[in-house]
Design a protein around this ligand. Structure first.
Ligand code: G4P
Length: 524
């Protein structure tokens, strides 16, 4: 039991994601963070690039072939008295929906920026999502061991491109081949590359040690370090926690340098599990009753365990193995007999889990994305979104005898969130919707590999769709009735209007009085 001097289990949790543009170094940083926690023995185990490395999330050939991380996975490790839950997000923008859902389950993020490139496109979009949810961000400027842009220039870029204040926490001592370490502006010490576990206290940028570290001259460097120390905005914890300010660290993930600073920053500054908004009230992390929501479903994660895992973010209370929770959507009891924690290469039964933890719950299709589990009152967590797809296709089956099997397989893929599935009201074959084309490749590959269903995709007469609703059920029914061949139902049975073009959608939106067309749907 927690008392005044023992921190509560929830307060020791740090649940975070790493966001970045592809190639900035997210995978490399993930590996190094896991090394700190002893979660993996050797660096280089997180992602296979061209088949050279192996990874837990790298379970699909398509990932290996393309060197991209398609699935979202979670890795738990302990360090410095804290339990870290690192949620991996797919780097490729075709899987953005998966990424957005994952960001609903974290309390903070690390943004990795390539020191030579600054803020790139995808980073900008991900930060927008973080901002919607006020997720605090720590910045890591990576690859300082290569020729990089001026640190002030980089911080300026972050401020302008992302409309967020910056505070340098460390300052790079040289860069490229001369990168010698970092000067910690807050604690007034330095760490040298290749000796990052050892700090040298200094009085300020004037210290003589900098002459040794920068043999080609220190005048410019001293000036910039002084400016960073005295001139930059001081770090403000509240401002960071509210998502208005990002502390900036410099380093090289590849050289395993600066990673220790990051992990210390997560411990010192990153928020413990936040309060979560549900339909009837806000749920605090230290409430006694267990609550949690499912943000991801994944099937066949591991060929040795042919199962389906729902990833549950615990929001409050304590989840114990064997407890009976309730699935609020159906009101039915849900025994949690084999909840699991995930590590880089492994999973393990979770005997107990607390707010902030992510547990995998094996099930046979009972759980869906957005589901709330609890042993307390009926509440439903909000904000796990589904986005209207940008491409719609019909699935063409090569073997017509397998139509029933295809229906079942598509239903599963839909429930997992691999694609969205729409069943047209006119009885024509199901339509799948995706945000990015790569999702179709994944669907095709998985149908072939897991269900022996070779398929192709046919274009479909529709290109956009919207969820529709109305305050007046009769108005809604009348609309559905009169638009029969353009109507479908999604997995939850919600009505969806499909249009051949954005133009015809707009036309319909303007004419349909009393009907709301939505491009985003909260699960439930
Ligand atoms: P991502 O997950 O964000 O896509 O990036 P990833 O970690 O895979 O890194 C992309 C490339 O950048 C990799 O090189 C990686 O070795 C390199 N890299 C990452 N961090 C650093 C760093 O701090 N310094 C330097 N110099 N390079 C870094 P690659 O050649 O594309 O892949 P690989 O063949 O090395 O795996």
């Amino acid at each position: 039991m927690a008392n005044d001097t023992t921190p509560s289990p929830a307060s020791r949790r740090r649940t975070f994601a790493i966001i970045s543009h592809p190639d900035a170094g997210k995978t490399t940083l993930t590996e190094k963070l896991l090394l700190f926690g002893g979660a993996i023995q050797l660096a280089g185990e997180v992602k296979a690039k061209q088949g050279r490395r192996q990874t837990s999330s790298d379970w699909m050939a398509i990932e290996r072939q393309r060197g991209i991380s398609v699935v979202t996975s979670v890795m738990t490790f302990e360090y410095g008295g804290c339990v870290f839950n690192l949620l991996d997000t797919p780097g490729h923008e075709d899987f953005s929906e998966d990424t957005y859902r994952t960001l609903t389950a974290v309390d903070s993020a690390i943004m990795v920026i390539d020191g030579a490139k600054g803020v790139e496109d995808r980073t900008r979009k991900l930060v927008e999502v973080c901002r919607l949810r006020d997720i605090p961000i720590i910045t890591f400027v990576n690859k300082m061991d290569r020729e990089s842009r001026d640190p002030f220039d980089l911080m300026d870029d972050v401020e302008k491109a992302l409309a967020i204040d910056t505070t340098p926490m460390t300052w790079p001592i040289g860069q490229g081949r001369e990168f010698a370490g970092t000067y910690d502006l807050v604690h007034n010490h330095i760490r040298r590359i290749d000796h990052d576990d050892d700090v040298i206290k200094v009085n300020g940028p004037e210290a003589a040690v900098f002459d040794e570290l920068l043999p080609n001259g220190t005048d410019d460097w001293r000036e910039s370090a002084l400016l960073a120390k005295e001139g930059a905005k001081p770090f403000d914890l509240t401002s960071y926690r509210e998502g208005h300010l990002t502390p900036v660290y410099f380093g090289s993930a590849l050289r395993n340098f600066g990673v220790r600073d990051l992990i210390d920053a997560l411990i010192a500054y990153a928020p413990a599990p936040r309060a979560q908004v549900a339909d009837s009230r806000t749920v605090l992390a230290d409430e006694p009753r267990m609550t949690g929501f499912v943000f991801k479903i994944q099937a066949n994660m591991d060929p040795n365990h042919r199962d389906r895992i729902a990833f549950l973010r615990v929001c409050s209370g304590k989840l114990s193995r064997g407890m009976k929770a309730r699935l609020v959507r159906t009101g039915k009891p849900m025994p949690l007999n084999a909840p699991q924690f995930f590590f880089a290469q492994d999973r393990q039964l979770a005997e107990e889990a607390y707010a902030g933890d992510i547990v995998g719950i094996p099930n046979h299709g009972t759980l869906r994305i957005g589901d709330t589990l609890t042993d307390g009152e009926d509440i439903v967590f909000k904000g796990v979104p589904s986005f209207a797809p940008e491409q719609l296709r019909r699935v063409k089956l090569k073997d017509a005898m397998k139509a029933k099997k295809l229906r079942e397989a598509l239903q599963q893929m839909g429930e997992e969130g691999v694609v969205q599935l729409f069943v047209p009201n006119d009885g024509s074959p199901a339509i799948v919707g995706v945000v990015g084309a790569l999702q179709l490749d994944v669907l095709k590959e998985r149908l072939a590999a897991e269900y022996t269903l070779p398929v192709d995709f046919d274009p479909c007469q529709f290109s956009v769709c919207r969820w529709i609703s109305s305050d007046d059920e009769r108005v809604l029914d009348a609309f559905i009735e009169s638009h029969g061949s353009s109507m479908a139902r999604d997995l939850d049975g919600a009505p969806v209007y499909m249009a051949s073009s954005a133009f015809s959608l707009r036309y319909e939106e303007e004419r349909a009085a009393g009907i709301t067309f939505s491009a985003v749907k909260d699960y439930q």
